[in-house]
Every structure is written in structure tokens, then in C-alpha cells.
Design a protein around this ligand. Structure first.
Ligand code: ZN
Length: 141
């Protein structure tokens, strides 16, 4: 029972790491995270696994200036809704850019970063984050 739980967690982590979702072949809609049933087509839907390319644009964002202890070292940081080129949105941290230079519509690509480490020498969880596809040059001061 416990082992089954661990396997499920790892399956979930793998799906997040790879930005794996699915695509309904019937209505050509992409989903992330993967859905068990297409909400539009229901039983007529034909869902296939789909590996997202990890390219998209910032749809909306917020600069986080207060965070729980685990994330304090990173503040301020940017959490954005990224609209993937396939047309679905997901929430992710935006890295490798000064928060002040983040803009709606900015092109981003997924990159993998360590998100959390559990204890010294413990389990490290990796996940997707996004970074600008072009180098962003800040304003001169
Ligand atoms: Zn569908």
C-alpha cells in the first residue's frame, strides 16, 4: 500500500518534470496536467499522451515579495501564468530575469530547476520553471 503511494508520487513528479499532458484527438485540445476524460467531448474524446514543447508566452504574472521559509532565499521572484504554444496555460516560476523586466507577452521556454530539497542529503524535487528565450538587458541606471 505504502509502496504504491510512492510509485504514484514518482509518476506524478515525472509528469511534471517533462511537462507531460495529453491531447484530445477528437477536438484537438491540449491539457496540462493530463485529464482522465476530455471535458468537452466526454466519452467521444480520444485522449493521447502529449509531451509539451515547453515554449510559450507570459499571460499574466505576479512578483512575490513575501514567501514561506523554504522559498525566502529567492524573493523577490516571479510567478506567472504561461500560455504554452499549444494553447493551454500553467503556473510556473520565471527565472534568469530581473523581476522588473518581466512583461506580459514575453517569450519563455521551460528549464528544469531544483525546487525543494527535503533535509540534508534528502530527496530533491525537480520541476519545471521558465526563462526568457531571449537575453533580457536591464535598463541602465
Ligand atoms: Zn475533446
Amino acid at each position: 500500500m505504502a509502496e504504491q503511494g510512492v510509485a504514484q508520487v514518482w509518476r506524478r513528479i515525472r509528469s511534471i518534470y517533462n511537462i507531460q499532458g495529453n491531447k484530445c484527438e477528437t477536438c484537438e485540445t491540449y491539457y496540462f496536467p493530463p485529464r482522465p476524460v476530455c471535458p468537452t467531448c466526454r466519452r467521444k474524446g480520444k485522449l493521447e499522451m502529449y509531451q509539451f514543447k515547453g515554449l510559450g508566452a507570459i499571460y499574466s504574472y505576479a512578483i512575490v515579495r513575501q514567501a514561506p521559509d523554504d522559498f525566502k532565499r529567492q524573493i523577490p521572484y516571479v510567478i506567472a501564468q504561461v500560455e504554452l504554444d499549444e494553447g493551454t496555460r500553467l503556473t510556473a516560476q520565471i527565472v534568469n530575469v530581473d523581476p522588473e523586466n518581466v512583461e506580459i507577452g514575453m517569450r519563455v521556454r521551460s528549464c528544469f530547476r531544483k525546487i525543494k530539497e527535503f533535509g540534508p542529503g534528502g530527496v530533491i524535487v525537480y520541476g519545471y520553471k521558465f526563462e526568457p528565450t531571449m537575453k533580457v538587458t536591464g535598463h541602465e541606471e
